[in-house]
Design a protein around this ligand. Structure first.
Ligand code: DLL
Length: 429
């Protein structure tokens, strides 16, 4: 069962929709955004040159820096009066990226989030407790209106206040929870401390996103709370949550709502398209956005596209779960490592809790990595054995071991109650 008929549309028909919408989007960007007109002219492209989807590669790419340079509204394609809502994504450095929506954009957003929820196994009539932060962050309001569009009930509790979340969830018999994966674990721990068995909580689905979640982390969430953990992906620059979502039937990749967002995957170093099925950086083009059309946006997120048929019947392409970003890459003593690779190895080991941090320092000219890992509640063996096992596995799988490995007691790593979790602290600058 799908939310919208187009989710099972034939690929040929879908392509026709995409082509028509791509032409309209390029036209809109060219006519209304001086930045895009200039970029297209530099590239020697006119809107009329874009006839088929394959012509998309003629278009220049848009980057995070372009959003920063055009701060606050240089990329907007409509007058202020037509803008119904503003959101912003706070980067760790510099100005936030400001994004805008017309009424129609907001309708599209609710629609794609409703599709996402339905794909994730949430149904009209269900109650969804929305624990994403409300405000400039797109998570809160994005999920909120999607739940309403689906015909489900939303509890707009927002982030934090975890004891209250647990109580309300129990009293109101919430069917689903939407939050970051790290918060789902924190909620499970809090429930335990309050004397609840997390498995007995009424929720059967968690719609998690906004930060990476490796497979061992997902298993931990599903097992601890006895839920289905469903991945929702999105980013402010494109719309917010609801660019793609896993279906509960297959739980094997996230269907991209391709009638609104056109995906490509490129080599992060060269920007050239990779072969089908190869990993690379996701590049997205909006196909219907009015206030902020975005051409070939380099998301920084690493994934692969899978055009195989899905058992759920949806025909829309699937992307792999995003477990890393091109700019997450750590270069430590000349070795290239993604934090998600370390997480994958470490969380698979018995005795380890899904909480860790990576600290990088300089000692003279040498990079030094300190890995701090929390022991699991059930762990009752020798620390030295666990330490050895972690080191051996890291060496065997990644040919890399940290300079210092510290094991801490359960609860020893600070939790993130609001916002996105931070696991890497690079003190080298
Ligand atoms: O995080 C939108 C969102 C809200 C998505 C709620 C899902 C749920 P931004 O703050 O602009 O928007 O951050 C976007 O977060 O480029 C990814 O790097 C990361 N991200 C988002 N969803 C996922 C996910 C929201 N499911 C950036 N898995 C993106 C991994 C994700 N990373």
């Amino acid at each position: 069962m799908v939310h919208a008929h187009v989710e099972t549309e034939g690929r040929t028909e879908l392509r026709e929709i995409q082509e028509k919408r791509l032409r309209e989007t390029v036209e809109r960007a060219y006519e209304n955004v001086p930045f895009y007109r200039e970029r297209l002219e530099e590239a020697g492209v006119e809107p009329g040159d874009i006839e088929s989807i394959d012509d998309i590669t003629k278009l220049p790419m848009t980057t995070k820096e372009d959003f920063r340079d055009e701060y606050p509204d240089g990329l907007f394609a409509v007058d202020d009066e037509e803008v119904s809502r503003i959101h912003a994504s706070s980067g760790t450095t510099g100005k936030p990226k400001i994004v805008s929506y017309t009424d129609d954009d907001l309708s599209v957003w609710s629609e794609v989030v409703a599709r996402s929820l339905k794909a994730g196994g949430v149904n009209p009539g269900d109650t969804v407790q929305n624990a994403y932060g409300y405000g400039l962050f797109t998570g809160g309001l994005g999920l909120h209106y999607g739940v309403e569009e689906l015909g489900a009930t939303v509890i707009p509790i927002g982030g934090g206040g975890t004891q209250r979340q647990v109580e309300l969830m129990t009293d109101l018999e919430s069917d689903a929870l939407s939050c970051t994966p790290s918060y789902a674990l924190y909620l499970a721990e809090t429930a335990e401390e309050m004397g609840y068995d997390p498995k007995e909580l009424p929720i059967s689905t968690i719609i998690f996103g906004a930060e990476p979640c490796t497979e061992p982390m997902r298993e931990e969430i599903e097992e601890r709370l006895d839920v289905n953990g469903i991945d929702i992906y999105g980013l402010s620059e494109i719309i917010g949550p609801g660019v793609s979502n896993e279906c509960h039937e297959a739980q094997d990749g996230l269907h991209i709502w391709e009638d609104h967002f056109y995906p490509e995957v490129v080599d992060p170093r060269t920007g050239e398209p990779v072969d089908e099925g190869e990993e690379g950086e996701l590049v997205l083009t909006t196909l219907t956005k009015e206030a902020l059309p975005v051409l070939r946006y380099r998301t920084g997120d690493l994934t692969t596209l899978n055009y195989d048929e899905c058992e759920c019947g949806r025909t829309m392409v699937r992307m792999d779960n995003v477990t890393g970003r091109a700019d997450d890459l750590l270069i430590v003593r000349g070795v290239n490592l993604y934090p998600s690779e370390i997480e994958h190895v470490v969380l698979d080991i018995d005795g380890v809790a899904p909480h860790y941090r990576i600290d990088l320092h300089k000692e003279g000219t040498l990079d030094v990595m300190e890995l701090t890992i929390e022991k699991d509640e059930a762990f009752d063996s020798d620390d030295e054995d666990l330490r050895k096992e972690i080191m051996t596995r890291l060496e065997n799988v990644l040919q890399f071991t940290p300079d210092d490995l510290e094991l801490v007691e359960p609860g020893g790593i600070a939790r993130t109650e609001v916002g996105k979790v931070q696991r890497v602290y690079d003190h080298r600058e």
